[in-house]
Structure formats: structure tokens, C-alpha cells
Design a protein around this ligand. Sequence first.
Ligand SMILES: Nc1ncnc2c1ncn2[C@@H]1O[C@H](COP(=O)(O)OP(=O)(O)OP(=O)(O)O)[C@@H](O)[C@H]1O
Ligand SMILES: [Mg+2]
Length: 472
Amino acid sequence: MKKKSLFSKMVATYTIIITISFVILAAFLSFWFQGYYFEEREKQLSSEAQLVANSAVQYLYGEISLSEINDVLIHTSKYTSSDIMLSDNYGYVYAASSPKHKKIIGTQLLTEDLKELRMGKAIKKKDIFNNIFSVPVHIYEVPVFYRGIFQGTVFISTNMNEIKEPLNRVYVIIWISAILAIVLSSIVIYYFSQKIIVSPLAKINNVADKISKGEVGKRVDINSNDEIGELANSFNSMADSLEQVEENRRTFISNVSHELRSPITSIKGFIGGILDGIIPKEKEKYYLSVTYEEIQRLTRLINDLLDLSAIEAGKFTLNLQKYDINEIVRLSIIKFEAIIKSKKLNVNIWLDDDDVFVLVDRDKIIQVLTNLIDNAIKYVSDGGNIEITTKAKGQKVFVSIYNDGASIPQDEVNQIWERFYKSDKSRTSKISTGLGLSIVRRIIVQHGEEVWVENVDKKGVKFIFTLKVAEK
Ligand SMILES: Nc1ncnc2c1ncn2[C@@H]1O[C@H](COP(=O)(O)OP(=O)(O)OP(=O)(O)O)[C@@H](O)[C@H]1O
Ligand SMILES: [Mg+2]
């Protein structure tokens, strides 16, 4: 419905504009042509009048006969579609072109105009002329002079309706062309707005509809080089990211199910074995402890997932306060004392000399450090080195966690931050879900800061993140 109204609005607007322009143009043309036509007519009449005046002088001096002068009048009258009369110097008519006017021959036509005519002025007027004509006519009165003496007058009268005939024909041509132009351009507008705007929009609309109904693979196929083409491109890239989101959602669900299934299967197996008596009494305790570990792993996984989804949903508002970053580092490392000892690791901590206060959510940053230290301990070989540093630089504090061991392949550097990403599945221990780093990144991004990884000299990995220094 909407799409139709946009279309008709556009066509209506353009048609109105074009109609107005053509009407103005046609009116202007008609007006101009009328002026031009009358001007030309006047020129023609004035030169014809001069010819008739010459013949009149010839007649008055006896050089041609009355019938000859009459012939001249009739001929000229036909040629110019007008009536012609001649009067003498007192205004008495002595010749007329039209048989209808023969009866006024011998009567005096002019009284008041004679004065001006004697002075050599031609007169133009619109009149019924002493009731000679039934309708008002255009009359052109031209004085006849010979050797400086006023000899009479030539009257040329034209019926407006007759001379307007050709003019009307021209009007008709102008207006018909205008209407044709309007109709043609409306058709062109209709066609192009359909082709350029309406049908591409309909296409996009159609695809949007299909995508919203679940066909996320659908794309718009428009290759025009204009704004509509741009819209189609943006639309397609939006559809791409929608498809990506959908894809992510699917893999996420399958990952979660997979991660949940393996511990549950083993728990089920062990407890089933104990209940059935397949597992010998003396081994029960061992299997129960394995089961307990699996349950701990499940709990951790579920906690991680809940954390992640809460952060992603923006449910966590950060509780930002001033804390000493060195204090946070110390707190985080303490928890790993036992495992550090058992793996015989060599841990160095280089803290910035001064107390550096940062504006952070303490629990969240502890979680970040815990995840990073956990990784360092997990991926370092027994007896290896771990180094933790804090360093203030301007408004930022840089915290780094280094462990020696295999570096991360370049093509994995970006992927390790993704949920459930675990490189080299055989190497990673069982206690691994691939959620740690994605939680780290979410927390740091939520703080408005950055975290990245660097490979150090091909024999170690360093994770670095920044924090804001709190104002004193
Ligand atoms: N210090 C490190 N040295 C080498 N590889 C690392 C290091 N830290 C992380 N990685 C790589 O990045 C991957 C993702 O790490 P992440 O912490 O997200 O998951 P995880 O440690 O495998 O599991 P989780 O932390 O959820 O128990 C790891 O599987 C590992 O391949
Ligand atoms: Mg981890």
C-alpha cells in the first residue's frame, strides 16, 4: 500500500511540474505569436495601402479608368483579405472593393479624421464605421499625397474574426503539442520512476520480508550505481551480519550442548557403575572424586556462561571505584600458590614502584587477572617462567602477564578471543572450555580499554591490557 502511494506521489509531483511548465510555455508562445502576427499584418497592410494610394493618384489624374482602379481594389482586397475604399480630399467615397459597400459611394465618410490625415498622419482604429460594418473592424486610414497636396484617403478594414482564423490554427498546434509533450513526459516519468525507484524498493522489501521469515540466505540483486544501489549494498551487508549472528548462535548452542554432554555422560557412567556394582567397592571413592571434579567443571562452565551472557546483555553495570592495581594483582596470584608450587613454576612480579590507583570494577578485574594467570599456568611447561608486571604511563596503566612456552600461531591470534575457541585440542587439558579469554575481552571492553596478545621471541606469550589511572 505504502509503496504505491510513494509511486503515485512521485508521478503526480513530476506531472504537475511538467504540466505547469508546458502551460506557461504554450501561453507565452501564443501571446508572442499573436503580437508577431499582428505586427506582420500591419506592415503588409501599410505597404499595400501605399500601392493602392499610387493607383489612386493615377486615377485622380486621369491616367487610369474607374474600372481599372476598381480592379486594383478588388485584387488587393482579395490578396489581403480586407475591404478597401477610397475617398477624395473631402472624404467622399468614390471607389470600394466590396459590392456590399457600393451603396456608400458618393457619401462623405470622414469628418473628424480629415484634419489629421491632411497633416499626413495615418490612423488606426477599431470601429463599426458609421454602421457600414455589422461588427467592429480594424480600420487603417492612410492619406494619399501627390506633389505635397492631400489627395484623399485609402481605407483598409479587416474583420477580426477572419484574420484570427490562421492565428487560431497556430494556437491549436501549440496547445496540442503542449498536451502531447505532457502526456509523453508523464509516460517517461512513470516508466523511469517505476524502473529506478519503485521496483528496486519492492525487491528490497520482498527480500527483507523473506529474511524476517527465516530465509537469512536471501540477498538483493541490484547493481545500479546510485543511492538505491548503495541502499541495496548496505541491506546485503546487514543481511550478512544477520546471517553471521544466526550462525554464531547455532555454533554457540552446539558448543554449549557439547561441553555439557561430555561431563554429564561421564558422571552418569561412573554413578551408574557404582549403583550397578560394576565398579568395585574399593574403587568407589576414586570414581566419586573424578565425578566430583566433573561437577566442579560443570559448575565453572555454567558460571562462565552466565557471566558472559550477562555481560553481553549489558546487565552488568560496572561498579567503578579507585583501587591500587598492585593490590589487585597480589590478591589474584595468591589463589594459585598451590598449583605454582606443584608445577615448580618460577613466578616474577614486577610492580610499578608507586601505588597506582585505577578506576575499575575490582571483582571484574580480579576475574580478568585470574583467567589470564590461569592460562599462563596452564600453557607453561613444568618448571617454566611466569612474569607479571604493572606499569603506569600517562593516563594508562599497562598490566602484562607473560609465560614462556609455545607461541600462538599468527592466524589464531584473533580467534582465541572467541567463545569456545581452543587451539590444538589435543594439547589443551580437559579443564578447558575456551571461554576464559572471551570473558576477559568483554570485561576490558566494558571498561573502555584494550587487551591484546604478543608473541615474545618465539618462546613465550604476553597478554597485555590497559586500565585508566584514577584522578587523585
Ligand atoms: N598463555 C597462553 N599461551 C598459549 N596459548 C594460550 C594462552 N592463553 C590462551 N591461549 C590459547 O587461547 C585459547 C583460548 O583461551 P581461553 O582462556 O579462552 O580458553 P581455555 O583456557 O582453553 O579455557 P577456559 O579458560 O575457558 O578454561 C586457549 O585454548 C589456548 O589455545
Ligand atoms: Mg583460559
